[in-house]
Design a binder for this molecule. Structure first.
Ligand SMILES: CNc1ncnc2c1ncn2[C@@H]1O[C@H](COP(=O)(O)O)[C@@H](O)[C@H]1O
Ligand SMILES: [Zn+2]
Length: 389
């Protein structure tokens, strides 16, 4: 959500009414001292909405987002536009997002994606959703974004998987041409429910686009309902992807019963792991899976709010971030689905810091270390490093 720093001051008992409105990035010390003075002199009553100094720190922190599903990242504002385009679907906001303090089962979360997919089923929708999502990440201070999405075929609108990928790429290029301050790459996603054949087809498409997209398509994501399908059926497709130079980010052990599958897929090995909730021994992980993650130094993409709202983790303080972070293992804070879980990357960093007592310096380091884990070529990494140094 775009939070504006604004406050309105109404001078009580004074003949003159004044209103002050400031944008983020204004001189906060001035605002704060002015407010304090007016308050202490009992001159005002006011109605204000103001970002705290901490909010500004987290938003202005240059960030890297490595785990964001396109259709899970659709904001309230974009959903509003989509509902306007398709009133006949009778979809309401409560069906597309999980609000503050709310919890859902993982199964219920996957129902939410189905509703969003109903709203996003044409080329125009995908283009709008992707450009909006990219601009929102940029407004949140994300400087490098790897977006992932599952190409869908829609018989009713004539959309093909190839067209789907082309449309996401078009959105990335449009944002670039408009000068949006963010470097965006794309991971083509395999939904595990769709089995071997679709996985192979997806990898072939990704391979084509890796060669033709001027470096925008960098890898493959394996995601989808973890209770459906088995990784062994997808192994040949994932191996094929790896062999042709596509990077692999795999959702592993998002639920407890996937250890055997994780053990198998870790032999690839993947380049990054999504969630990996039950891989650490403190979370029930076996020595075998733990060793594979540690020995190969595979970065973890950790999504606090997603795991708590989806109830795979009981509370923020029990999140596995703490075990991996303590070990010094590469751990990257991510959003997963900022729209569905009503969050943004700044908020996720802030949550990690407040839950685990991280100093500002540690937060800065955490966000900087994420650069090491990006899938774009080393030259991009080096440029990003020098930009934040
Ligand atoms: C909550 N944890 C999660 N675990 C596994 N897969 C998830 C997920 N969150 C999202 N997705 C995957 O991303 C799709 C929506 O974006 P796209 O249509 O691909 O852009 C979902 O249908 C699911 O396959
Ligand atoms: Zn995910």
């Amino acid at each position: 959500m775009h939070r504006r720093c604004c406050f309105f001051v109404a001078l009580c008992g004074a003949t003159q009414k004044s209103a002050l409105k400031t944008e983020a990035g204004c001189d906060r010390r001035f605002e704060n001292s002015l407010l304090r003075d007016l308050l202490t002199q009992n001159l005002i009553c006011f109605d204000f909405m103001m970002d705290t100094e901490a909010d500004v720190f987290y938003r202005e922190l240059p960030k890297v987002e490595l785990h964001a599903h396109l259709n899970g990242s659709v904001s309230f504002e974009t959903i509003e536009k989509l509902i306007g385009r398709k009133p006949h679907l009778n979809i309401e906001h409560g069906m597309t997002a999980i609000g503050k303090g709310q919890r859902r089962t993982l199964d219920e979360c996957f129902q939410v994606f189905k509703v969003i997919h109903q709203l996003v089923d044409t080329e125009e929708d995908i283009l709008m959703v992707a450009t909006d999502v990219i601009k929102e990440f940029a407004a949140d201070g994300v400087k490098y974004l790897e977006l992932r999405s599952t190409p869908r075929e829609e018989k009713s609108t004539g959309l093909t998987k190839k067209r789907y990928i082309e449309t996401v790429i078009k959105a990335i290029q449009q944002c670039k041409n408009e000068g949006v301050d963010i470097d965006v790459r794309f991971l083509v996603a395999i939904d595990r429910r769709n089995g071997t054949e679709v996985a192979v087809e997806t990898v072939k498409l990704a391979k084509e686009f890796m060669r033709s997209s001027d470096g925008l398509v960098v890898g493959i994501d394996l995601s989808g309902d973890p209770t459906v399908g088995h990784g062994k059926d997808l192994l040949p497709a994932l191996q094929m992807a790896k062999n042709c130079g596509l990077k692999l980010s795999l959702h592993l052990s998002e639920i407890q019963s996937q250890l055997e599958e994780s053990d198998l897929l870790l032999d690839l090995p993947p380049d990054r792991i999504g969630h990996g909730t039950f891989l650490h021994p403190e979370m029930g992980g076996s020595p075998s899976v733990f060793d594979k993650v540690v020995k190969n130094n595979i970065p973890l993409e950790l999504c606090l709010t997603s795991n708590v709202k989806g109830q795979t983790v009981p509370s923020y303080s029990k999140h596995h971030f703490k075990y991996w972070y303590q070990l010094g293992h590469p751990s990257v804070i991510c959003t997963d689905d900022k729209g569905v879980f009503c969050t943004d990357l700044s908020q996720e960093y802030q949550l990690a810091a407040s839950t685990f007592g991280l100093s500002r310096e540690a937060v800065w380091e955490l966000s900087q270390q994420a650069i090491d884990c990006i899938f774009a070529p080393d030259a991009v990494k080096a440029a990003a490093q020098t930009e934040v140094d």
